[in-house]
Design a protein around this ligand. Structure first.
Ligand code: ATP
Ligand code: MG
Length: 271
């Protein structure tokens, strides 16, 4: 007999997120699990709840939005209503994050090297000397040529692609178990998108990361992800293995998404 499935690294159950002063929840009853080392893609139309779901997993819902039902478990703990202090040991250390606009998440006035050293020391418990050495190693790891030079630069001196690489270096600096990547390539040109996706894939393999990946690029999602969840108007209408979702999409909305991306592998109503 095979071993029972281990408890997922991340489990989101019946997640409902509401904004103050409105009756209709922004996210309703969303549920999914993510095992260690696996990648789950979230797709769906604009405003359907992907980012709010990611932000719940990161413990950074925007002001005015709250989890009104359901729960989030990470590494065996209920993290749904952790306060700021409760999140501290998890953020960056166990869960890393990259977003669409690295420019607004990097600190504009601090050099990349300083930002990396701070994360390594404050979140990763590294000594000053260790942090200095590892910061350069990380910049090389994310494919930045001349790490010593990049370490001395501030974000505005880097191209968009280099900023996203620097953001990835920060996100994986403390060797987290989970990486939340919310549209990490959307703002980049096509070639840089491919490079950053290849980097994401290689970091995932090398570090054994679980990845929660949000993108409007269905082709990239299909290529990168083990499983895919489809959001529509605040609800997760379908979740399946990437293979199954592409071959036999169950929900009409999934079919229309795939058809629009030219990825429908069968005639929608042929059966
Ligand atoms: N701070 C907020 N206060 C109130 N409503 C919000 C807030 N942030 C997001 N929303 C609403 O919540 C819904 C879900 O937004 P979310 O950002 O999760 O969508 P998304 O799927 O990430 O969309 P996109 O693909 O455009 O990034 C939207 O209707 C949005 O307008
Ligand atoms: Mg979003």
């Amino acid at each position: 007999m095979s071993d029972p499935e281990p408890e997922p690294l991340l489990s989101v159950q019946d997640l409902t997120i509401s904004a103050a002063g409105t009756d209709t929840p922004l996210v309703r009853g969303a549920g999914f699990t993510l095992q260690r080392g696996r990648t789950l893609g979230l797709v769906g139309e604009s405003g359907s709840g992907k980012t709010l779901t990611c932000r719940t997993v990161l413990g950074v819902l925007p002001a005015g939005c709250t989890v009104t039902a359901g729960r989030v478990r990470f590494a065996g703990r209920d993290v749904t209503r952790l306060d700021r202090r409760g999140w501290q040991p998890l953020r960056a250390a166990r869960i890393g994050a990259v977003f669409q606009d690295p420019g607004s998440y990097l600190t504009p006035s601090l050099t990349i090297g300083r930002q990396l050293r701070e994360v390594l020391r404050v979140r990763g418990g590294a000594t000053r000397a260790e942090a200095r050495e590892r910061a350069l190693g990380l910049l090389a790891e994310v494919g930045l040529r001349d790490p010593a030079r990049v370490a001395r630069q501030i974000p505005a001196q880097l191209s968009g692609g280099m900023q996203q690489r620097a953001m990835l270096a920060l996100a994986v600096a403390c060797r987290p178990d989970l990486l939340v990547a919310d549209e990490p390539t959307t703002a980049l040109d096509a070639r840089t998108q491919r490079d950053v996706l290849a980097l994401l894939r290689s970091l995932r393999e090398r570090l054994g990361l679980a990845v929660l990946f949000v993108s409007h690029d269905l082709e990239a999602v299909a290529e990168l992800c083990d499983d895919i969840g489809v959001f529509r108007r605040g609800e997760l209408v379908e979740t399946a293995s990437a293979r199954q979702l592409l071959r036999r999409p169950a929900h009409p909305y999934t079919r229309s998404l795939l058809a629009a991306a030219g990825l429908l592998e069968e005639e929608p109503y042929a059966r």
